[in-house]
Design a protein around this ligand. Sequence first.
Ligand code: APR
Length: 232
Amino acid sequence: MEKIVILTGAGISAESGLSTFRDEGGLWAQHRIEDVATPEGFARDPDLVQDFYNARRVQAAQVQPNAAHQALARLQSEWPSEVVIVTQNVDSLHEAGGAENVIHMHGRLDGALCAACGHRWAAPPEMAVGEPCPACAEPTARPDVVWFGEMPYHMEEIYSHLSSASVFAAIGTSGQVYPAAAFVHEAQAAGAHTIEINLEPTMGTSGFDDRLVGKATETVPQWVNRLLQQKD
Ligand code: APR
């Protein structure tokens, strides 16, 4: 049976109440990327960066997974072969919706990282600048989130999944940030059937074999139901 690889972006969490980045009024309309999502920004003004992630961490802890997150968890449990969820999101709504082994290529808001020794631990709701690392005691704690200019996590594992995918879906992502934006080409090279599920066509839509346009809470359950009916 077919292995399904899914890439999700901020759009799958939009209906849970979390801002996306590039929609009207999104996070990149409220903050400059270079100030809050780069190592240089963190070095320049660590308080501003910690405040930015503290606000998102507190908000992410208050919202609930939506029908799209839950539909993907159902697909994972009912599909006879592997269903791999790779997310660009740093919220944990896939896990809250019942998904397992989610690959967070841009890190996670609920994780902290020591910039000195690489130790990782569960982030407190609000992180303060200069917090000592529990392992090496250096005052170098940062959010365990991948910033622009840094290498996304788990890339080898992700490319291995893409090379053996039969179906690839990109859900709620504008396809403007690499390497994630090129995953569809990797999957296609492996012979996968590719589908874009989004509120509206994106710049990359023409590169997909199929598309489902609409709100994720409607289109993702539709897509999952269609797949599960096919398997019987
Ligand atoms: N249902 C489906 N899709 C939606 C919905 C919805 N309810 N609301 C918004 N979308 C779509 C938008 O049409 C858009 O294509 O979600 C996408 C959100 O795009 P972005 O805001 O660019 O978010 P994303 O693609 O996840 O950004 C990728 O960029 O800034 C970095 O690290 C950050 O992980 C992020 C990466």
